[in-house]
Write a protein that binds this ligand. Structure first.
Ligand SMILES: CC(C)(COP(=O)(O)OP(=O)(O)OC[C@H]1O[C@@H](n2cnc3c(N)ncnc32)[C@H](O)[C@@H]1OP(=O)(O)O)[C@@H](O)C(=O)NCCC(=O)NCCS
Length: 175
């Protein structure tokens, strides 16, 4: 049974440990640390999945700018290796999307696995007129995805999505 809760400042080490374990390196942990300290990433939503006292999953959504829409970017999502394929990633996505919808967020973007995110309501964003902060190569263009949390947004807003400063580096926009 996993418990999903908003991460507090005291949970920073737990979130970073999950990122390191899931990705097997420091890059995503560093990105998370930088985003959590970045005023341009606000408002953000950081959720941790716990199994008792053990942090097993983490998801981060950070503010993005796109015309007058309220937009956010999902990155990164991490589940520790021993607990993958148990539905924890999906639960983190669903709970995050519910909370963002309640907060009035219009659009959620993600650059990620094209077999994974469509299971949770995402669809390719480029063909809907949404451009990533950095161009995504044609052959993986569909990895740039979007989900509307409110009707009537898609089709009315298009353009380039501007991410938080800490994420505004070309190296983060390679799938
Ligand atoms: C990707 C990740 C977050 C998924 O979390 P999870 O808790 O294992 O996911 P869920 O249990 O909700 O879903 C599991 C399903 O997604 C599939 N899946 C997991 N990673 C996938 C990937 N990279 N591409 C396609 N499908 C994937 C699994 O095969 C499984 O499918 P099944 O239900 O048919 O067996 C987790 O595997 C992880 O942390 N991986 C390493 C870090 C990473 O790549 N993060 C994603 C960044 S976009």
């Amino acid at each position: 049974m996993n418990d999903i809760r908003a991460a507090t400042e005291q949970d920073l080490d737990a979130a970073l440990a999950v990122e390191r374990a899931a990705f097997g390196g420091e890059a995503e942990a560093e990105l998370v640390r930088n985003l959590l300290a970045d005023p341009s990433a606000e408002p953000l939503l950081s959720l941790l999945a716990w199994d008792g006292n053990e942090p097993v999953g983490h998801i981060l959504f950070t503010a993005a700018k796109l015309g007058n829409a309220t937009a956010t970017i999902l990155a990164p999502l991490a589940v520790i290796p021993g607990r993958q394929k148990q539905g924890i990633g999906g639960k983190l996505i669903r709970q995050g999307l519910n909370m963002l919808a309640e907060q009035g967020v219009d659009l959620v973007f993600v650059l990620g696995h094209i077999e994974y995110y469509p299971r949770h309501g995402f669809e390719p964003a480029g063909r809907l007129g949404f451009h990533a902060p950095y161009p995504i190569p044609e052959k993986v263009a569909d990895a740039w995805m979007v989900q509307a949390l409110r009707d009537g947004v898609i089709g009315h807003v298009t353009g380039t999505v501007h991410c938080a400063k800490a994420m505004d580096k070309k190296e983060y926009w390679v799938e």
